[in-house]
Structure formats: C-alpha cells, structure tokens
Design a protein around this ligand. Structure first.
Ligand SMILES: O=P(O)(O)OC[C@H]1O[C@H](O)[C@H](O)[C@@H](O)[C@@H]1O
Length: 550
C-alpha cells in the first residue's frame, strides 16, 4: 500500500472527526453559502454535494488524499496509453473511442486513432444502410428489428443507452438478449419476423457461453425460417476476436472490431454501441461520443476543486472509507435512465470490488461499496422506508433533468422534480421527535397518543445525498453522464489503490458453470462436490425425471 495515501487518510479521519458537520441542518442554517461552496458546474451539469457531511477542512483533507494517491498522475497515464491494467498487461483507452479531437494516442508506439476512426466510419455506413433499407434481409425486405445478443459489458451499456435515448429513435426497433435462460431469447423472438430481423452477436471474446448459446439459437431460428444461405444476411458481429467470428460463419463486411484496451464495461463507445447507433442514427451516436469527450477533457484539465468526476469520486470515497457506509443508492428521477443503476453496478462493482491492491497485497482498507438503485419516484414507494428510517444510512445519488421530452406533460416533469428535490431535502433535514409530536397535536391527536406515535414518525435526517442536475437527457448529456461515472470509478480506484480494470472474480463464474454442466447432465457423478451441491443436483435430476428414483 502507498504510505503517503495511508497517512493522508489517517489525517482525514481525524479532520472529519473534528470538523465534519455534526448536523447538516445546522450547517445549512449557519452558512447561507453552503450550496455555492459545495457544488460544482460543468456546462449545464450541476453536481451538488452540499447535502453531504463535508466542510472546507474535510474537502482539503480529501484533496490531500487524492494528491497522495496521485490521482492526477495516474489519470494522465491512462490518457497517454500506459499499460495501467497491469494484471492483463493492457492499456485502458475507452477515452480513445470518443477522442473527438483526434489527438494521437499511442499504444506500443502506434497511434490508435486511425483504427478507431475507421471502425466508427464502417459502423456508421452499415448503420445508415440498415436504417435506410439499402441493406435488407435475404428476401429483400427492410430490416424492422434488431436483436443484440451479448451479456455483461456487451449488453448493459447498449440496453441502458437505447432505453435512455428513446425520443431519438428513428431506426429499427432494438431488442436485447443476454441471459442463457432460454426464456429470454424465446420471449424476445416471439412476434418477430426472421425476414425483417437483423441479429448482432456482441462479444469481446466471442467465447462467452451465454452469448454463443443464444447466437446458435438465433442462427437456427433464421435458418429454420429462411434457409441456411440466408444466415449471412441476417447477422452482424462485434468482437475483438475476429478469427472466432470467422469460424462462426459471419460476413467479414459485417464484422466490427475493437481492441483489448477496451474493457467490456467501458465498451459502449466502441462497436458494441452498434445497436444504439442503428436505433438513433450515426449523428446522434456521434453526439453521445461528443458528450463523453467533453467530460474527458474536463476530467483531464480541470483543477480538482472544480473537477466533477474527481469530486464525485472523493465524496464516494469519503462515504465508503471515513463514514463506513457499505452501499450507495443511485436513484435517477428520469424513467429513461431505468437501467442506469444496473449499468453502474457492473461499471462500479466489477471495477472496484477488489480485495488486493495493485501489488497483490491484501487490502487493509475498504474498496468499493455496493451500488444499487431504481428510478424515482418508484423507489419512494418501496425501499425509501429504509433510506429514511433504517439503521444503516445509505448515501443517495439523485439525477434529474430540468426538462423532459414531453412538453405536453410538463406538469409531470415539475412533479418529478419536486419529488426529487423534496426527498434530498428530507434526507438532510429529517424530523425531530418534538416536530413529530407537534405535527400530531396540530392534527388534533390527544397528548398520550401523540407521545406514543411520535417516535415512529421521527426521521434522524443527516442522511447524505448528492444531486446531479442537467438540462435534458439528450445523447450528448447521456454521454457526459456515463463518462462522469467512469472517471468517478477511476478516481476512487486510485485512492483504494486497486486495479479497476481486471475482473478475475467474474471470470471464476465462467469456469465453474462449465465444470458443473456434465454433472447436471448426468454424464459425471457428483463425487468431489460438497453434499449441498450433490444433494441439489440429485433433486434436480429427480424432478426432471432423469433418475429412476422419482
Ligand atoms: O463481451 P464478452 O467477451 O462476451 O464478455 C461479456 C462479459 O463477460 C464477463 O462476465 C466479463 O467479466 C465482463 O466484463 C464482460 O463484459
């Protein structure tokens, strides 16, 4: 572990004990400038972290931690193509995919930008040809539906962005299949016409069992309806493993590559974004990249005190390590961001859910928290109970647009905004026992009854939240929002001292499932497995009528 970081964190802990506001309600009452002091802006985005228990001294302590962990130096190393993913010996360059300035970025002495631009161009031509009907299915019919088959990073980003950008859809309908559960592909293909459907097989490695299994199912569906020779006209592929794509029998002209320096969970900007591009068009996809690039430039150049991703990262680190909060809730008051929490779960937890530091030493501090969430206002009618009154405070991250895309329903947007802002205010202010009692008495309740009920209506308050406010959820704004979170995760990882770019924990799952399949199939016995696994396999096989003893 880095000794300088340890020291800075120890100092911050002391500072926080002495100088963090004990009551945020009082801190707001004492300082009318609190919002200005603890919020930052970039373009039309406001990051408000004033409803977190920070003070100037705490923020200074956090900047000192970031400096000790060399967040800025490591950021520069990432942008310059250094192989900062040391366990896989890879550069980390999702930022090159949206490097709209075309500033050269070298990997192993070679500028990657010409290749990035060439793939983007090929995707653009293909997407526009599908959208216009220039490229058709085997029978000459226009493509009306695309089905993206992928999982993890080859699914979550495109699904999330496709839902988020619904008002911009003017191409074929986009559907997504990820789960190996046959129900997923069966339900998706039901009602689709093979003659007007294009299947995109998206897999960085082109070996992932779920994706390959679903790809073969889709292939049979096309071939069964239109004949084997039609397959080539109804498939496209996205991968880094072009040889494996060829083996599957895909048309090279419909194969879009990317590179090992793009992590799966950072790949929506690459050819993995093809279904999004087909749905919204090349130009809006370009605006999505522009938004991310704007945040990249801001992250690269803005001083820490004004740098939104760094600030969001520092507040996240503060909540995890100093305040000891084990999770954080991401609550978009923006229905079209309904899959943003799921997307963030992979981005955040696959990146920062690590137990050893960059040198392989066991961590003696926390790494990333659990990230979870659902859109507001729905969450308010469910788990907000725990957020307001539960025993474990959970920092909340709200996000909301000033304007919706439905001018005729603007009164609903105002209601949405009011709910979002009211919730963050309530988390901060709370309601004291005295206030609860007085409210009940004012409603005409008798004194004894009011005394009995009041404790149940107390809200401790002092519960932290961050609010991210933006004008409207455009492709540009979405690109910005995702990049903001990517760099937040990066910032936190540097302070945790971990490699955010490998994922050995997830890869274990791939090995284990393959190992147990012959046992479930009855081709191997359960010897060597624990009694729970063996017992469950036996019941499964009995229920499926695959063993004699029914
Ligand atoms: O794109 P693929 O190679 O099919 O991988 C899909 C997913 O597989 C694994 O679960 C990895 O941990 C993820 O990061 C990846 O996104």
């Amino acid at each position: 572990m880095n000794e300088a970081t340890d020291k800075a964190i120890a100092k911050l802990r002391t500072t926080a004990g002495d100088a963090a506001p004990k009551s945020m309600r009082d801190a707001f009452a004492d300082d009318p400038q609190r919002f200005d002091r603890f919020s930052a802006r970039f373009e039309d985005v406001t990051l408000d972290y004033s409803k977190c228990a920070v003070s100037d001294a705490v923020m200074d302590g956090l900047y000192a931690v970031a400096r000790a962990a060399d967040v800025e130096g490591r950021r520069d190393a990432m942008f310059s193509g250094e192989k900062i993913n040391t366990t896989e010996d890879r550069a980390v360059l999702h930022v090159a995919l949206r490097n709209r300035s075309n500033r050269p970025i070298d990997v192993d002495g070679e500028d990657v930008m010409p290749e990035v631009n060439a793939v983007l161009d090929a995707m653009g031509q293909f997407a526009e040809a599908v959208r216009s009907g220039e490229i058709t299915g085997a029978t000459g019919k226009k493509i009306t539906d695309i089905v993206n088959i992928g999982i993890g990073g080859s699914d979550l980003g495109p699904v999330m962005a496709t839902i988020a950008l619904k008002p911009y859809h003017d191409g074929p309908r986009a559907h997504f299949v990820s789960n190996v559960d046959g129900a997923h592909i069966a339900d998706t293909l039901e009602g689709l016409d093979p003659a007007t459907t294009l299947v995109i097989v998206a897999s960085k490695t082109f070996t992932t069992v779920e994706t390959m299994t679903n790809a073969h199912t889709a292939r049979r569906w096309i071939a069964g309806a239109l004949g084997e020779e039609a397959v080539i006209d109804h498939f496209a592929a996205v991968s880094t493993a072009l040889d494996k794509v060829r083996e599957f029998g895909m048309d090279e002209k419909r194969t879009f590559g990317f590179w090992d320096w793009v992590g799966g969970r950072y790949s929506v900007w690459s050819a993995i974004g093809l279904p999004v591009m087909i749905a919204v068009g090349r130009d809006d996809f370009g605006r999505f990249l522009d938004g991310a690039h704007a945040i990249d430039e801001h992250f690269r150049t803005a001083p820490m005190e004004e740098n939104l991703p760094i600030l969001l990262g520092l507040v996240g680190f503060y909540h995890r390590e100093i305040c000891d909060y084990g999770s954080r809730a991401v609550i978009p008051y923006d229905q079209r961001l309904s899959r943003f929490p799921a997307y963030l779960q992979q981005l955040d937890m696959e990146s920062n859910g690590k137990g050893v530091d960059r040198d392989g030493e066991t961590l003696d501090r926390h790494s990333g928290p659990v990230t979870w969430g659902e859109p507001g206002t729905n969450g308010q009618h469910a788990f907000f109970q725990l957020l307001h009154q539960g025993t474990d405070p959970v920092p909340v991250e709200f996000m909301v647009a000033a304007r919706g895309h439905e001018p005729e329903l603007d009164h609903q947007q105002r209601l949405l905004l009011a709910n979002c802002l009211a919730q963050s205010e309530a988390f901060m202010r709370g309601r004291s026992l005295d206030e609860a009692r007085r409210q009940l008495l004012d409603k005409g309740m008798g004194e004894d009854e009011a005394n009995r009920i009041a404790p149940h209506r107390v809200f401790t308050g002092n519960r932290p939240s961050v609010t991210i406010l933006y004008e409207e959820l455009t492709p540009y704004a979405l690109g910005r929002l995702i990049a903001l979170y990517e760099h937040r995760v990066f910032t936190e990882a540097q302070i945790f001292g971990i490699n955010a770019f490998d994922q050995w924990g997830v890869e274990l799952g791939k090995e284990l499932a393959t190992g147990l399949l012959p046992v479930v199939e009855g081709k191997e016995d359960t010897q060597g497995h624990d009694s729970s696994t063996a017992g469950l396999v036996a019941i499964v096989r009995r229920m499926r009528g695959e063993t004699a003893s029914g």
